[in-house]
Design a protein around this ligand. Sequence first.
Ligand code: ZN
Length: 269
Amino acid sequence: MSDVALYHEIVCETLGPVRRILLNRPQLRNAQNRTMLDEIDAAFAAAAADPTIRVIILAAAGDHFSAGHDLKEAQRDRSHQSAEQRFHQEEAKYYQICMHIHDCPKPTLAQVQGACLAGGLMLAGMCDLIVAAEDAFFSDPTVHSVSLASLEVLAYPFYLGPRRAKDLLLTGRRLPASEALQFGLVNRVVPRAELESTTLKLAEHIAKAAPFAVRLAKRSVNRMMDMAGFRTALEAHFDTHQVTHHSDEFAAVINGSLANSIDRGKALR
Ligand code: ZN
């Protein structure tokens, strides 16, 4: 086990053929700031380029996978962005980083405990498989909490089907791990104490398969998703999401207090 690069908000470990990328802001429930997102992007690229690595795990330190984007940083730095600035920033920091994970040529596993909310769900959702602890819970509260049409990347209609995706979006409710399994949002649910070992075993199992065959199997599924409109639909949603950033409803959120928005999110439990 060794650090493979000097990061500030994540830790990377090499466990034989497995690279584990660990979100490491546990005191802030792994809220994703810009540095963390840049480091995640760099860490996935490094793992993809390293011929000794066959599988990548995206995990998180502490009690929660990720509570989403760092809203305090967003309010401090980006609350008065122009349409152009926001479009470019969100395209680079959110949309493209997510698509890099989706397009990663190696299998990716999300290892999720506790909160996996909003931007946390957006990130975990780009991985190929999700292993969840029994205490994990998932939600996209953005319609209710910040008056936006979901997040920048809206992939769950493809994974869950439209009716379940609408349930998540329109209610903003928290989906416990057991229901997330029933929804098909996650692949496995295990006791919290077994989360790390189960995910690593699964990664090691996948790593035993011939890497070129694994790569092309993933590529075929991703290409079938594209043939069903995945990439075009996500690009269209990104633009739609930008429209809601310039609505009167979102302006009311920005001009109100951040605490109110966070409280609205908490009220959805
Ligand atoms: Zn946005």
